[in-house]
Design a protein around this ligand. Structure first.
Ligand code: CUA
Length: 432
């Protein structure tokens, strides 16, 4: 797999796997194969230790939120899944114990006792063979009934699904955006990134899709996995029984930073949720003239960031451009173009997080790092500045199109001075 990642799912890896498969003379290649197996095992052990280390390391970042576990379900779908997992695990455990006891028994009882002993040659045992065919078939059939019933349960949209809004969940290398459609009328009312907020207790309709390769949306405490595939809209839903912050992880290999592609769902009480929606609906305010650093930061933002990032009220689509803060008017949907030469509708790729209410979130960089302290709410200035200074230190990316990487992915390193970064952060911290 090339690091570029956007080729995932195009099938060329499958092809090379077949070409490399065993098709030669086994006897001649056995020594080579054995050494390869040894090497693979060592690589496997190394990979496992690296994964464990990475998991330990990552639990230190983005410290806010419930851990990634299916064993403590907090939603309807995850509870259904849990009710299936526990009995299947118990049955599998019993089978495991019996099979291993059987192997031990046979290995001890029938072991070779002296050098010259030649075992009795037998062929077939009808009773045994019928037994070990029928019993597993019955067990598997039982598991299949439970599994299919659970799958249908989860696929069925609950009757009490929220009628007043739904969310399109968009995966892209390597973060998630959440497009809220209030009124479920097909128009996007506001967009967030990394963190999705839902009301507690109400199932919410979501639709997963992708802008590039196949990702998979999974909040272990709340729902099962749902692929997010480009050009497809997969209907799904999720709910949370109790208020809380629930972490998730992209679970479909999607290139270089797949392992760093996280997200979070926050369940709030109805009143809190409505207040959050009302705030998200507002465009960002232009900083007051007295806040000189933030004003300079806004100029840096419109000069360096607005080709990719959107801030409603600054570079919203279909807005009326203004060049002076005195012209700012929410009702007229004005947008700030400052010293920028362009006018008219902003040209934003939208392929980067919407930052309108950045400071209403606690996590950033694909929900990997704390943007604000989980309890204090205080800005994590060091890491926000570090991220702007050199994004690649925080998440491996390929922002430049070079070689096989035809398109570039991720946040580029923008050449800003330290003063500009300070001003930019001053501006970003006004985006409440
Ligand atoms: Cu997105 Cu893996």
């Amino acid at each position: 797999m090339r690091a570029g990642g956007w080729r995932v799912g195009q099938g060329d890896d499958k092809l090379s796997a077949t070409v490399n498969g065993r098709n030669g003379d086994h006897d001649e290649t056995r020594g080579w194969e054995n050494s390869m197996i040894g090497r693979k095992r060592r690589t496997g052990a190394l990979a496992t230790s690296l994964i464990v280390l990475a998991m330990v390391a990552l639990t230190g970042c983005g410290s806010d939120g419930r851990p990634l576990t299916t064993l403590d379900p907090r939603g309807q779908a995850s509870t259904d899944i849990h009710k299936l997992v526990v009995p299947v695990f118990i049955v599998a455990g019993i089978v495991f114990v019996f099979v291993n006891l059987g192997v031990l028994f046979v290995a001890i009882k029938f072991r070779r006792k002296d050098e010259d002993e030649f075992p009795e040659q037998v062929h077939g045992n009808t009773k045994l063979e019928l037994g070990w065919t029928i019993l597993p078939a019955v067990i598997m059939a039982g598991i299949a009934v439970g599994t299919i019933a659970t799958l249908f349960n989860i696929a069925n949209e609950p009757d009490d699904i929220a009628q007043d809004f739904e969310v399109t969940v968009v995966g892209q290398q390597w973060w998630w955006s959440f497009e809220y459609d209030l009124g479920r009328d097909g128009t996007i009312d506001f967009v967030t990134a990394s963190e999705m907020v839902i009301p507690t207790g109400t199932p919410v309709k979501i639709t997963t899709t992708s802008r590039d390769v196949i990702h998979s949306f999974w909040i272990p405490a709340l729902n099962g996995k749902k692929d997010a595939a480009p050009g497809r809209n997969h209907p799904f839903w999720l709910n949370a029984d109790a208020p809380g912050r629930y972490l998730g992880q992209c679970t479909e290999f999607c290139g270089l930073s797949h392992g760093y592609m996280r997200m979070l769902v926050e369940a709030r009480d109805q009143g809190d949720f409505e207040a959050w929606v009302a705030n998200q609906m507002k465009p960002a305010a232009i900083p007051a003239a007295s806040d000189e650093a933030a004003r300079r930061g806004l100029e840096v933002f419109t000069g360096a960031c607005t080709s990719c990032h959107q801030v409603q009220g600054v570079n919203s689509n279909d807005c009326t451009p203004i060049t002076s803060a005195s012209q700012y008017d929410v009702a007229k949907n004005t947008c700030w173009v400052g010293a920028q030469p362009y006018a008219g509708a902003a040209q934003v790729s939208g392929y980067a997080p919407d930052l309108t209410h950045l400071m209403s979130r606690y996590l950033f960089v694909g929900a990997l790092y704390d943007l604000r302290g989980p309890t204090t709410g205080e800005l994590n200035r060091a890491e926000l500045e570090g991220w702007i200074r050199n994004p690649d230190d925080y998440k491996p990316m390929l922002p430049e199109a070079t070689g096989d990487n035809k398109y570039g992915r991720g946040m580029p390193k923008v050449p800003l001075t330290e003063d500009q970064i300070d001003d930019l952060v001053a501006y970003l911290s006004t985006l409440k």
